[in-house]
Design a protein around this ligand. Structure first.
Ligand code: RP5
Length: 169
């Protein structure tokens, strides 16, 4: 009997209002062939669900948790407090917040012993969270390592082509 394949990444966000930006994260994971469990869980509005999610994620086969939130963004930290899995935090810009700086500091300034690997605010952070999760998974997955190398080469090539176009005589 074929074994059931587990989904290695969880993308958790505090609100459905975060989904448009976090779709970039899910899409990037998908481009590398990495599946994701996508959840809306709030550290403040559904704290019990957040606790239960963090405590059971590893048992379900999740290897990396990506947690995104805006405003007083405690989601990544609240999850990191209850799991030994690596947690990547994505600070988001909320329509009523302080341009994401509120979420950046809330996500980043964790006390010693409970790290959250915090990426850039908003869209670039959402994409980088996916790439960082893939890099973690690639430590034990040669196929992903090859895909990451190809991604880096393609990225470099695009810059080289833009430079050539700009400097064409
Ligand atoms: C945070 O508060 C969410 O992550 C979201 O970025 C922000 C605003 O949430 P909504 O009021 O739009 O649901 O918890």
């Amino acid at each position: 009997m074929a074994s059931k394949k587990t989904i290695p990444v969880a993308v958790v966000m505090g609100s459905d209002s975060d989904l448009a930006v976090m779709q970039g994260c899910v899409d990037t994971l998908s481009e590398f062939g990495v599946g994701a469990v996508v959840r809306i869980i709030s550290a403040h509005r559904t704290p019990e669900i957040a606790a239960e999610f963090a405590e059971t994620a590893a048992k379900k086969g999740i290897k990396v948790i990506i947690a995104a939130a805006g405003m007083a963004a405690h989601l990544a930290g609240a999850l990191a407090a209850r799991t030994t899995l690596p947690v990547i935090g994505v600070p988001l810009i909320s329509s009523t917040g302080l341009e994401g700086v509120d979420a950046l500091l809330s996500t980043l300034q964790m006390p010693p012993g409970v790290p959250v690997a915090t990426v850039a605010i908003g869209k670039p952070g959402a994409q980088n969270a996916a790439i960082l999760a893939i890099q973690i998974l690639a430590l034990s997955d040669k196929t992903l390592t090859k895909k990451l190398s190809a991604f880096k080469k393609a990225q470099a090539q695009k810059v080289i082509e833009k430079d050539s176009a700009l400097n064409k005589s």
